[in-house]
Design a protein around this ligand. Structure first.
Ligand code: NDP
Ligand SMILES: O=C(O)C1=N[C@H](C(=O)O)C[C@H](O)C1
Length: 238
């Protein structure tokens, strides 16, 4: 499979390594230093594009791939306020888009555990819940995309929690997400339910970026000949 890498930073490099190991060819690598190569004409040379850039530029990069008619896997976080627009553009133009706030198999299993735990905790209002995420200091967005997905999974079941906040919760209706930036943390997330009697805690710790990169390549293999909008659940059958 011919892959265009849009964004050639920490994730771009990790994805390149896994893609080559799996027998794919990288036909385009775009970073800031060769931004002039980020053209529809160049992207068209690929069977699929994998986009890991950043919150401010992800939307325009995703749209460029869709306009090139090339299926695009996007892992950039912090741009979800424009995701519906990207989805609509994709469907209208009969394109293919796969987004995940986290591509690792472990985190996607953790998402499922988080939802089940929230269902179990729903009747037990003596427990309060909070979420913590720790990432490296170069991370541009807070809270992490993964933390937002986890928070949404909790809000679906805990009716008394109305919204998440990325600051100390002002009242019981707010679900607090604590963001810490410590090097070299590739990504750690945990959820704690605390009562006067005990605590229940679930935690995922990424030891490196291999899980994210492998998941992104699996997603690209899944998406290459498809049309429509997908997530990691579709790739993993979760
Ligand atoms: N979904 C998931 O599983 C994961 C998601 N992420 C997300 O992926 C994104 C990238 O992460 P990471 O690789 O660690 O970040 P990096 O900063 O290491 O890499 C991003 C790269 O994109 C380049 N870039 C910036 N603007 C553009 C542009 N307009 N077009 C093309 N390239 C551009 C940057 O160049 P320069 O450095 O010169 O600015 C940099 O090389 C982040 O949003 C992060 O949160 C990260 C890990 C896993
Ligand atoms: O920026 C990162 O590094 C990561 N970003 C993603 C997120 O925001 O959840 C996924 C992973 O945790 C690493």
């Amino acid at each position: 499979m011919k892959i265009a890498l849009i964004g050639y930073g920490k994730m771009g490099h990790a994805i390149e390594e896994i893609a080559l190991q799996r027998g794919h060819e990288i036909v385009l690598k775009v970073g800031i230093e060769n931004i002039q190569d980020n053209t529809i004409e160049n992207i068209k040379k690929a069977d699929v594009a994998i986009e890991f850039t950043g919150p401010d530029v992800a939307f325009e990069n995703v749209l460029r791939c869709l306009n090139a008619g090339v299926p695009v896997v996007s892992g950039s976080t912090g741009w979800l306020q424009r995701f519906e627009e990207a989805k609509t553009h994709c469907i209208k133009n009969n394109g293919a888009l796969l987004y995940a706030s986290n591509f690792s198999v472990g985190v996607n299993i953790f998402f499922a555990i988080n939802k089940r735990l929230a269902e179990l905790m729903a009747p037990h209002k003596e427990y309060d819940v909070k979420l913590t995420e720790v990432h490296h200091t170069q991370k541009k967005d807070a809270p992490s995309g993964t933390a937002i997905t986890l928070a949404e999974g909790i809000l679906q079941s805990l009716e008394h929690k109305k919204k998440w906040v990325n600051e100390p919760a002002a009242n019981k209706e707010e679900l607090e997400i604590i963001s810490e930036r410590i090097d070299p943390a590739p990504g750690t997330h945990w959820i704690t339910y605390s009562s006067e009697i005990d605590d229940i805690e679930i935690k995922h710790t990424a030891h490196n970026r291999k899980g994210f990169a492998t998941g992104a390549v699996l997603a690209a293999e899944f998406l290459a000949n498809k049309k429509g909008v997908y997530g990691m659940k579709d790739v993993l059958g979760l």
